[in-house]
Design a protein around this ligand. Structure first.
Ligand SMILES: Cc1cc2nc3c(=O)[nH]c(=O)nc-3n(C[C@H](O)[C@H](O)[C@H](O)COP(=O)(O)OP(=O)(O)OC[C@H]3O[C@@H](n4cnc5c(N)ncnc54)[C@H](O)[C@@H]3O)c2cc1C
Ligand SMILES: Cc1cc2nc3c(=O)[nH]c(=O)nc-3n(C[C@H](O)[C@H](O)[C@H](O)COP(=O)(O)O)c2cc1C
Length: 808
């Protein structure tokens, strides 16, 4: 085959040499516009895993790279005058120049034709090539030429960064954060040879503009960065190799992905590779890895399917199918990491103490979990857990009890410096530390024994709104299962506020007494707390239970009742009942119904009250512009749409005992164009915080039947994170949180204060006890009657982990 690689970066050079190695008869050339030893850039990093992969495909190249790279394990954070370091991260750093020189030399040794200082105008310049590799980088001319075929999706991100170098040697991978009068800057620094480190400086565009850096030439930018990081650089200089650039050397990252990776131009097959087809933000340093692994996969396909011209179409199709999966996974992780650096200035830098900031930064891609950090650096993680157990509980207590207070601030205790909270529990966790999931949490006069909440789940199993034996067993079992708190399902303040005829209510004494019996059993037999969730169905009322008639959300066939809502709009366009728009008299009545329920809830002895302002029910419907079309003072702007829900909140808060907490569940994202967005959710949270809410329970969706949610592991946690750290109010994360590892990561990173778990609790009432056993934490108390099961379960999980099954 005749193969031409346009662009001699890592992708083009590595593919050229691998193909030549696969078959010496192939005619392979690389066309590069630069001179052989003339290349931009400082060092690049990739992981140990990439090195292993390369070793498998070309030992020579891997060995030479290995002789030249800097290998390091530690990540160091320098932040607010503190230095925190953790190990076990396994990176390889190498000068980009060095890497290319190694690849060029190997190409020469294998007889690849290297054509330097030649600008390839187009793939059409090589009509006799069987295969043209468009490895021409992020601004790929070939991709642009065939944009209608490749369908590139290019997103320009808001941060500005400049790629610098320094002769100061940084042993660990180092992150510096510096605050200026206009905002935060961060530097990502890694050594790549014996005497040089890459030094990337990054900041949000408004900060960059405020400092006038848009008008600075490269030398002025270097001077600015040297001054900014002077304390760290200690007289060392920063260097730029972008002097040839006119104007600012600060760039925006562009995320590239393409729908189609290859095509036939009439003469040759053309395929995109490396940055030309996908980019990954430097926050996880994977661009070079992706480029090299593209080259490996394409070569593998030729090896497996036959390296002759007739196989090219099949090879290219399989190459895209396989690579696209890995690439999207990595791009998603890179996206999360990139976003973290985009928002850290406004969301984390001022809010989090250095220990938690470090944790949040290390887990920024959401690919590294709590247990993963333990594998990397057990001592560091245990130090963090000790710090969290001591500091986390205390900090959130102060924060949670004062609606006006901001997130925890101020001086931090050194990791490992304090005594553990949780006494016996800590001792049992190998006398080392306490999993953050099992730290207590105090708000107002209520202390939860841990951070797990059984999320409210409608059971549609009441008669006349009175909870009975079913609810006693259902909630009682879950209260015995180890969660810190059980939240009873949405309970309605009037008969016409119900979703279905089977929904529980709290508008009369019989219902109050039904709840009282359950609350008393939970309090007497367990150490869990129990909450009530009060909600009015609005336009989503008068429907079937999921297993009845036409199913959930569908109107009852008989026995319907009239509905009220902010606007006369049915939830289901096809056959939903049209509600009547509420007038002020309705509003007074519903508000007073909520107050009556709150009083009954207090009499029943509930510990906590949650106001349901999510999922398209009445109060949620006031908040969303999709369901609130009013033109009076309760519709229009977000502030006006919030007016009625806030009025209800205030009235309930007044009726509810002051020493008991109130949370508000919101839909932080409607998942519909024109609906509530996470940015609105921060405003909503601020409004409820100002009204005296202790916590925001961050759910999403179910406001419009046209929603298009993006589900995934912990998919709503970013809302809890953003609200907590931007609005400065404690949050509950919920949604596809299914393991202790998730809970530990969320709580540790300060993404939420509590985690609500719903469906896993339907499958397993003792979810918390089971998860504790899975991670080998014996310090959690089981009901005394169940003790023998505890030791057995722990022993079984120990055995599964391949550890001696000692006694729990
Ligand atoms: C600030 C920054 C930091 C980075 N840090 C890392 C990191 O730590 N780790 C990491 O893995 N990656 C990192 N990257 C990304 C990495 O540089 C790229 O992902 C990687 O180089 C992609 O390789 P490539 O071969 O696809 O493209 P490139 O390396 O861009 O190579 C393309 C080549 O094509 C040549 N070319 C383009 N057009 C033509 C033409 N018409 N004719 C002839 N030649 C042409 C160019 O001169 C260039 O040599 C970083 C990138 C940036 C911007
Ligand atoms: C059967 C069932 C009933 C639910 N009922 C309620 C409810 O009454 N109130 C509420 O706010 N959320 C309700 N939800 C939503 C859950 O509380 C939770 O937010 C959602 O299931 C996502 O969490 P998960 O992934 O852990 O299941 C219900 C969910 C399920 C599965």
């Amino acid at each position: 085959m005749k193969i031409v690689c346009i662009g001699g970066g890592p992708a083009g050079l590595y593919f050229a040499l691998l193909m030549k190695q696969l078959g010496a008869h192939h005619d392979v050339s690389v066309v590069e516009r630069n001179k052989p030893y003339d290349t931009f850039g400082w060092g690049v990093v990739f992981s140990d895993a990439t090195m292993d992969n390369m070793r498998e495909w070309d030992r020579d190249t891997a060995d030479t790279i290995e002789q030249s790279f800097a290998h390091w394990d530690d990540i160091e954070l320098q932040f607010k005058g503190r230095t925190i370091r953790s190990g076990g991260h396994g990176f390889v750093g190498i000068g980009r120049k060095k890497l290319l020189n190694i690849l060029q030399a190997r190409c020469e040794a294998l007889d690849v034709k290297l054509v330097f200082e030649t600008e390839a105008d187009s793939d059409a310049d090589y009509p006799d090539a069987d295969l043209v590799i468009a490895s021409d980088g992020i601004n790929s001319r070939i991709r642009t030429k065939y944009a209608s075929v490749f369908k590139p999706d290019i997103v320009t991100r808001p941060n500005r960064f400049i790629w610098l170098g320094t002769k100061k040697v940084y042993e660990p991978f180092t992150f510096l954060f510096e605050k200026t009068e206009h905002g935060w800057f961060q530097a990502h620094i890694y050594q790549f040879d014996a005497s040089t480190s890459t030094f990337i400086v990054e900041c949000p565009e408004p900060v960059w503009l405020a400092h006038g850096l848009d008008k600075a030439d490269p030398d002025q930018s270097v001077a600015f960065c040297e001054k900014l990081f002077a304390a760290n650089l200690q007289g060392e200089r920063l260097m730029t190799n972008a002097r040839h650039l006119r104007g600012s050397a600060w760039i925006n990252f562009q995320r590239v992905k393409c729908e189609q990776w290859s095509m036939f131009n009439g003469h040759s097959h053309v395929v995109l590779m490396g940055d030309a087809v996908h980019t990954a933000h430097f926050a996880i340093g994977s661009g070079t890895k992706l480029a090299l692994e593209d080259a490996i996969e394409l070569t593998r396909q030729f090896k497996e399917q036959g390296d002759s011209a007739e196989n090219i179409p099949a090879v290219l199709a399989r190459y895209q199918t396989l690579r696209a999966v890995d690439v999207i996974r990595l791009q998603n992780a890179a996206w999360n990491a990139m976003e973290w650096f985009e928002v850290c200035g406004e969301r984390y830098c001022d809010q989090l103490e250095p220990e938690q900031f470090m944790y949040s930064m290390l887990t920024r891609s959401q690919r590294i979990s709590h247990e993963n950090l333990r594998l990397r650096d057990k001592a560091w993680l245990e130090g963090f857990e000790r710090w969290f157990a001591e500091r986390g509980g205390a900090a959130t207590a102060a924060w949670g009890s004062s609606a006006a207070a901001g997130p925890p601030q101020g001086g931090a205790a050194p990791p490992g410096g304090g005594e553990d909270r949780g006494g016996a529990a800590t001792a049992a966790w190998g006398s080392t530390s306490l999993p953050p999931m099992f730290t207590p949490y105090t708000v107002r006069g209520v202390t939860l024994k841990n951070r797990v909440v059984v999320s409210p789940m409608a059971q549609y199993s009441c008669s006349d709104g009175v909870p009975g034996d079913y609810h006693l067993v259902h909630l009682g079992a879950r209260a015995m299962g180890g969660a810190g708190m059980v939240v009873a399902e949405m309970t309605c303040p009037s008969a016409d506020a119900r979703i279905t005829p089977g929904c529980p209510g709290l508008w009369n004494a019989a219902q109050r007494d039904g709840w009282k019996r359950i609350v008393e059993v939970v309090h007497r037999e367990t150490d869990a707390k129990i909450a009530i969730q009060l909600g009015h169905a609005g336009a989503k009322g008068s429907t079937n239970a999921p297993w009845q008639g036409a199913g959930a959300d569908r109107p009852l066939a008989a026995g319907t009742w009239p509905l009220i809502a902010p606007s006369p709009q049915p939830y289901l366009a096809d056959g939903g009942q049209v509600p009547r728009a509420m007038n002020r008299t309705d509003m007074d009545r519903v508000r007073d119904d909520f107050v009556r329920s709150a009083r009954f809830a207090a009499e029943a002895g509930f510990d906590w009250l949650e106001l349901h302002c999510a999922h398209g029910y009445l109060l949620s419907a006031f908040i969303s512009p999709l369901t609130n079309r009013r033109s009076d003072e309760y519709g229009g702007t977000l502030a006006k749409r919030l007016r009625y829900p806030l009025e209800v909140f205030a009235a309930v808060r007044q009726a509810w005992p002051q020493d008991k907490p109130m949370s508000v569940r919101i839909s932080a994202h409607d998942w519909v164009e024109g609906g509530i967005t996470p940015t609105d959710a921060v405003q909503i949270a601020r409004a409820f915080k100002a009204a005296g809410a202790d916590m925001i329970d961050c759910s999403s969706g179910q406001v419009s039947a046209g929603q298009k949610p993006i589900y995934g592991r912990m998919y709503q946690t970013p809302f809890a994170d953003r609200i907590r750290n931007e609005a400065g109010i404690a949050t509950i994360a919920v949604g596809a949180i299914s393991e202790a590892d998730h809970v530990n990561s969320i709580i540790s990173a300060g993404r939420a204060d509590l985690c609500a778990i719903a469906r896993p609790h339907l499958a397993n009432p003792a979810w918390t006890l089971t998860e504790a056993a899975k991670i080998g934490f014996t310090g959690v108390a089981w009901p005394k009657q169940y003790e023998t099961a505890k030791s057995q379960m722990h022993a079984n999980f120990q055995r599964e982990r391949g550890l001696p099954s000692g006694k729990a």
